[in-house]
Design a protein around this ligand. Sequence first.
Ligand code: CDT
Length: 352
Amino acid sequence: MPRFVNVAIGQLGPIAKHETRSQVVQRLSTLMIQAHQMGCDLIVYPELALTTFFPRWYIEDPAELDSYYERKMPGPETQALFDLSRGLGIGFYIGYGELAVEDGCTHRYNTSIIVDKSGLIVGKYRKVHLPGHQDHEPWRKFQHLEKRYFEAGKDFPVFQVFGGVFGMAICNDRRWTETYREMGMQGVEMVLIGYNTPVHNPPAPEHDDLSLFHNQLVMQAGAYQNGTWVVGVAKAGIEEGVDQIGGSCIVAPSGEIVASCTTKGDELALARCDLDLCNSFKETTFNFDLHRQPEAYSRHVARKGPTLMADGTPVKPATPPAPHPVLAGYAAGAREQGSASPAPNFAKRKSR
Ligand code: CDT
């Protein structure tokens, strides 16, 4: 039996600081109704889709900061969206700031959920790759304080829903190859990603002209290299003076873009996604069981970067390998016989 999922991108234009949750839910509902009318099973909304992108400000008042997080999902203002989802029989993905009390402690996450066609939350994800900085940096045109306002999530779970295997990522996660591969290793067939990406990146303004290109590059590569659909959805346009990219799109497991938005406002784009198309890639070029070489990838988990181990301690300087006894003897023999050109790695070992 074919496994088609009719997916709607539910791109949002800017959300102003003064807009209430209820006003935003009204916009989300309008898109959901239209997606349903067009036969969609699922609508995908952006990251932090209920408020303006507040990490652009250094907020000192704790009450003001907390006003951007949801303590309950669904909560009083978002219940209407869940009711609509259940009434229409359409699922959704949405991102929001989560304030969770766990073991008596307050935690804040940049979170997304998948809601199934009966209006029930079937999956939750907390953003792993938090971009930006922790402290106020007044030299920037605007802040990017995700490292201050959120704790990092710890994994990339996948969920059985809509007849397939679904995963989630949030904005900056989409730039990291590990995001897709972690889910690819669990057989993911569709990755849902919401984002808020300013055109201007203060530490690297030379990348500004490439922001849309990079958006497509990472999602197309992630899709192809893992044989999965990828749905990327922007909160776009000029929000509180900051220009954010659009470029929302649906990427097939081939890496091809099959649907995309053309504006920077509230907009739908749709695709009929055949989940079985994933198999054509998962069973051939990217048959992980056949072709991956984990023994060659040990640094991926042992290290955080070139100079730090995964636990943050410095990488120990490499000790030169001892010459292989057989090869060393062979090299010495070659020298004795006056060989004009010993193999280059023999020569290298001799010079150490
Ligand atoms: N929200 C979010 O994660 N935004 C980041 C901006 C980082 S600046 C390159 C992003 O990766 O789009």
